[in-house]
Design a protein around this ligand. Structure first.
Ligand SMILES: [Zn+2]
Length: 250
């Protein structure tokens, strides 16, 4: 069994499990002497261990993601030590979640949820669609590597969504956009159904996240079973480029 040494902390904090540490977090802030790291973890100075990850429920992991986004948009990001995280995770990784998001340069999952190295698996593709390769990646992340949350994250003003609405054709992109088009069709919307209408674009993006979540369940027996047992949670969210808020669906 692994336990972690806490830098700058007194011995009594040396073997805290994650649940215990959560209860002392505010005290730790007050002391101002403890190392800082991942997932809202103010006590440990390095990356997530298997023991820590396995003790967290899917709901607790989502809560930590929400808190991380709150820190990000308040400008209170942790002063993390990426080299320590890199060193601590070099021989093994125990990510808590797999995030499927868009390649958009303005929506990097770790940054906008204030996460560190080793915290999440990260799949990025325009329009955050899930094809069989992405599903295989999620199956590996959850069934083989123990991640407990599948988070699909769309975002506002998404170029891929606009491209699908406009029937853009460009090389291999044409086939990718075809995977988003069912969301365009399925979006009920009063107003102009055009890519120049930001409200429509965002409504389609949200519907696209919902359909992607449904597709994950329908097309992956592995993930569906894990979700039905409560081992994992399949969650959806939208990132607002203007407000920096990740809006979780539930
Ligand atoms: Zn996008």
């Amino acid at each position: 069994m692994k336990s972690k040494t806490i830098e700058g902390a007194s011995g009594e904090y040396g073997h805290l499990d994650r649940r215990t540490f959560l209860t002392v977090t505010s005290a730790a802030i007050g002391l101002g002497v403890l190392g800082e790291s991942l997932f809202g973890n103010l006590v440990y100075a390095d990356a997530l261990t298997k023991e820590q990850r396995d003790k967290m429920t899917p709901e607790e992991i989502i809560t930590e993601m929400k808190r991380g986004n709150e820190r990000f948009r308040k400008g209170e990001r942790r002063a993390r030590d990426f080299l320590k995280e890199q060193q601590a995770s070099a021989k093994g990784q125990y990510p808590a979640a797999v995030v499927l998001s868009c390649i958009d340069s303005r929506a990097p999952a770790e940054v906008i949820m204030d996460l560190g190295i080793g915290d999440i698996f990260n799949a990025r593709v325009p329009g955050n669609i899930a094809n069989s390769d992405i599903l295989g990646s999620m199956e590996f992340a959850c069934k083989a590597a123990g991640a407990k949350v599948v988070l699909v994250m769309g975002h506002t003003a998404c170029g891929a969504i606009k491209g699908a609405i406009d029937n853009v054709e460009l090389g291999n992109l044409t086939g990718l956009l075809a995977k988003i088009k069912p969301a365009v069709k399925a979006t009920s919307f009063k107003g102009e159904r055009a890519s120049k209408n930001a409200a429509f674009v965002d409504a389609v993006a949200r519907k696209n996240v919902e359909l992607t979540m449904a597709g994950i369940r329908n097309n992956s027996a592995v993930l569906k079973e894990l979700a039905s047992k409560g081992t994992i949670k399949i969650a959806g969210s939208m990132y607002d480029l203007e407000t920096a808020t990740v809006d979780f669906f539930a």
